[in-house]
Design a protein around this ligand. Structure first.
Ligand code: JFZ
Length: 438
């Protein structure tokens, strides 16, 4: 008789422990299902845009540097991107295989691309006089692309914010952070309620005036406005490429680098197609191979890629960049099964290859051929039952206790990333990660 309650208690204790394990990471409050869905998208388009493109210098950062503060802050009076066409941008994203789009509604320079009621420094006071954020939100809905908003915390233009320049050491005595946070919440409420973003991409969290307690306050405020909105980790104060107890937000944001393989929390690398975030004439552009390598390697590390485009001051995206995205889209239309809705691993990615997996399939992304045989470590207890290139070409293989060996053809069937499918004798999505010894 006594044994039953004890067993019950033990089971309950065990359950509790399991639950506690699962929810032990207090960084975000967004449903796991929503975040899993976000991570299935794998590729999004980042857009950095604003009046600064009239000078071709970096958004926010060139204020008071290459461009004088006065000049920078007056550029909006000339900003008239008459060739802006939201449908075109969104179609470009879609054709590039991108599943979501993130626009800089407000960057560090404080200029707002939507008709905010809380500052005059916005698109309605430019000669263009039309809501850019709204137009993009609408076009995204039309083409089934998830619409997301970039919003900076630090705002060097706003009088309430204590620093008015990059590197301002002395806080403005007239500034008032409590007022600023009120202003920020008002703007965020506007954005959430007018455009219903799928995700909010915060930034500019590193300056002193912004504290962890403000971050928690704003996170809670947003979750009360929309419990489903996804929020990146740049509200909190910890390093961008990490997610831990000190983070506020749902996923990590390594910048200008491919994130490390990580199966335990969501992450998204943000990387520019050219060098500058905002448009720069004749900026160096990444090759198609680099783009595909970057995408396959982020997927291989179990992360997303937010690939940035800087549109021109007249409202168009550069032809060569649009063409590059189209080429990525063409690759994805052939090989998308090895990217979308996959998990990273089980093998740790490197410069030669990355792997992704779904169900009983492992996709090996081969970026280059070094030797005639490509070796992988064996997977304990798991066997290959079939192998072929994703484009249909055959491949022969061997497997024993020491290794998996793929016999490569003279020339790989895709010069950017030839994908080999390994069909395994069981589901491999939860296999532990395996290090490759090079
Ligand atoms: C930030 C922005 O400043 C940048 O303009 C862009 O929007 C990117 C996506 O995010 O990048 C940073 C963040 C921090 C530093 C530099 C760039 N920093 O602390 O030097």
């Amino acid at each position: 008789m006594k044994k039953i309650p004890v067993t019950c208690a033990l089971i309950l204790l065990g359950l509790n422990f399991l639950l506690a394990q699962q929810f032990a990471i207090p960084y975000g409050k967004t449903d796991k299902k929503i975040l899993d869905d976000f991570m299935n998208q794998r590729l999004g388009m980042f857009i950095h845009w604003g009046p600064v493109t009239l000078r071709g210098t970096e958004i926010g950062w060139s204020r008071n540097q290459e461009v004088t503060q006065n000049d920078y802050d007056s550029l909006y009076k000339e900003f008239n991107p008459v060739l802006f066409n939201a449908d075109e941008w969104v179609k470009t994203a879609k054709g590039g295989g991108m599943k979501y789009l993130t626009i800089t509604a407000k960057h560090h320079d404080g200029f707002c691309l939507w008709p905010t009621a809380f500052t005059d420094y916005n698109i309605m006071n430019t000669p263009y006089h039309k809501d850019i954020v709204g137009a993009l939100a609408k076009a995204c809905k039309k083409y089934n692309i998830k619409f997301c908003i970039y919003f900076t915390v630090l705002d060097w233009y706003n009088a309430y914010y204590p620093s008015h320049n990059n590197g301002n050491k002395e806080p403005d005595p007239k500034a008032d952070m409590n007022q600023f946070v009120r202003f920020m919440k008002n703007q965020l409420k506007e954005l959430v309620q007018s455009y219903h973003p799928y995700m909010l991409w915060f930034d500019g969290n590193w300056e002193k005036p912004w504290t962890l307690s403000y971050a928690k306050e704003v996170y809670a405020y947003l979750k009360q406005l929309d419990p489903e909105v996804i929020i990146n980790n740049r509200l909190g104060k910890n390093a961008h490429d990490m997610l831990n107890e000190e983070s506020v937000g749902d996923y990590a944001t390594p910048e200008q680098k491919i994130g490390k393989l990580n199966m335990s929390y969501p992450w998204e690398s943000c990387i520019t197609l050219c060098n500058q975030w905002a448009w720069k004439p004749n900026d160096k552009m990444k090759s198609l191979k680099q783009c595909i390598y970057t995408l396959a390697s982020t997927s291989g590390g179990n992360g997303n890629l937010l690939l940035n485009i800087g549109p021109m001051p007249d409202g168009r995206m550069e032809n060569r960049q649009v063409k590059r995205l189209k080429e990525m889209g063409d690759w994805l239309r052939k090989y998308g099964a090895s990217i979308y809705s996959t998990k990273g691993g089980p093998f740790i990615p490197d410069s030669l290859s990355a792997s992704t997996r779904k169900g009983n399939k492992i996709y090996i992304h081969l970026f280059q051929k070094k030797e005639n045989v490509f070796y992988l470590p064996p997977i304990p207890g798991v066997k290959i039952v079939k192998a072929y290139f994703l484009n249909g070409n055959p491949i022969t293989y061997g497997q024993d206790r020491q290794h998996i060996a793929l016999n490569l053809p003279a020339i790989l069937p895709d010069e950017n990333d030839a994908v080999v499918v390994l069909e395994m004798d069981q589901n491999v999505e939860r296999l532990p990660v395996i290090a490759k010894s090079e």
